[in-house]
Design a protein around this ligand. Structure first.
Ligand SMILES: [Zn+2]
Length: 413
């Protein structure tokens, strides 16, 4: 009897631990965005510590690997290596890792269908001219607390919740490598799948979810299925969220790789602010209560998707080009456009960089560009298209909208 009690006690305490999981969103972000992890640049020591951290959390939650282990190797070209090696050799191919786990569905048939919940783990390391840093402080750790330790922590929190609440369909959790390098992690994940891509019912992507303000949340991809818009609205009321909806399945983040394979996608982001891609993107600037709220909201959405009777029907959205902001142009206004397409009447300048042409011409954060040189700027694609035909050092006339009023300005490049 004593022995039995002891065994029972042991089982009970193990369960208690596993329900407790010792996991904490805030602590995870402080760790992932610490000096020790050095900005999680792919294939560095900081990257290794980050992928091992995610693996350990998956293990704590008793998740199973989807592949032979929790790791999937991801190849990328390190353009930083160009400056150190001879140019003729070209950029070096290096390796990083996706961390992938699964919770098997409880329904004998539906368990062969999947929901994928993902967030990219990599960031810009020490910055530098080729990294995508917006800061002049090169060789300073770019912590990437919002971009995207926040998304990874939210994804892990959902893994914790679903490990205690299994669903009919299976759910895959993934921390993507090399998003900042060109979505390599998500693309290579889809190529390595042990089942057909059409078995993925939906993909949820979290990229920069740590800056919830006034409960404003952007959800992208809502026209990539027949039911997405209805679903995201339905659960938002409970949490008093103000949704900014964007139709397209294309954006410079990992869900775009899934959309390209005809999978309905949901892209959650609280948007960029002035700390974006700078060393100031630190854990102390994160809204932790906000992430908790988004975790509850997106749990409801994923739970619905993983249990509903019928699958979502994929829909193509209008945009067909990919990665608009990451292509290179000869000219730049010095703004960071709102890539989520949350405005209908033009392109919003989320951030206007100091002392750059747009700033000098009097633009401020939040201005909406309606026209450039007499041509309508409907969206990011029109904007890129117009800029691609403009020569350096010319002057552009721009119509912008600010608080409902339209202004005309001249931007000297
Ligand atoms: Zn990101």
């Amino acid at each position: 009897m004593k022995k039995l009690l002891f065994i029972l006690f042991t089982i009970f305490s193990v369960n208690l631990y596993s329900q407790n999981k010792e996991f904490n969103i805030e602590k995870s972000i402080y760790y992932l965005a610490s000096d020790q992890l050095e900005g999680r640049f792919p294939s560095t020591n900081g990257d290794t510590l980050a992928v091992e951290f995610v693996e350990n959390v998956f293990k704590d939650f008793n998740l199973q690997p989807l592949f032979n282990s929790f790791f999937q190797e991801v190849v990328f070209k390190d353009i930083h290596s160009l400056s150190q090696n001879s140019k003729q050799a070209g950029p070096k191919s290096k390796l990083s890792r996706n961390v992938v786990a699964m919770i098997q569905g409880s329904d004998p048939v539906l368990k062969n269908e999947y929901i994928v919940i993902g967030a990219h783990l990599d960031h810009l390391g020490y910055g530098g001219p080729m990294s995508g840093s917006r800061s002049k402080d090169i060789n300073k750790v770019h912590y990437g607390a919002d971009d995207n330790a926040s998304g990874v922590a939210l994804m892990l929190d959902l893994a914790r919740k679903f490990s205690l609440n299994p669903t009919k369909r299976s759910i895959i959790f993934i921390a993507f490598a090399c998003e900042e390098k060109g979505l390599n992690g998500s693309k290579q994940f889809l190529e390595a799948l042990p089942f057909e891509t059409k078995k993925i019912v939906a993909m949820l992507n979290f990229d920069m979810v740590g800056k919830l303000k006034n409960n404003n949340l952007t959800v992208g991809g809502i026209k990539t299925s027949n039911k997405s818009e209805k679903i995201v609205k339905k659960y938002s009321y409970k949490y008093n969220l103000n949704l900014k909806l964007s139709k397209s399945g294309v954006a410079p983040s990992d869900h775009a790789s899934f959309y390209a394979k005809y999978i309905p996608v949901f892209y959650f982001t609280t948007g960029a602010d002035s700390t974006y891609h700078t060393p100031m993107d630190k854990p102390e600037n994160i809204n932790y209560k906000g992430i908790e709220l988004l975790s509850s909201y997106t749990f409801d959405i994923a739970n619905d998707l993983a249990n509903r009777k019928t699958k979502l029907k994929f829909r193509k959205t209008k945009d067909t080009k990919s990665n608009p902001v990451k292509s290179t142009l000869k000219v730049s206004l010095g703004i960071m456009p709102d890539v989520t397409g949350s405005t209908d009447d033009g392109l919003k300048a989320e951030i206007v960089s100091k002392d750059k042409p747009a700033d000098k011409a009097g633009m401020i954060n939040g201005d909406i560009i309606i026209e450039l040189n007499g041509k309508k700027v409907k969206d990011i694609y029109a904007y890129m298209d117009i800029l691609s035909k403009i020569e350096p050092k010319s002057t552009i006339s721009a119509k912008i909208k600010r608080e409902g009023r339209i202004k005309e300005i001249q931007i000297k490049l």
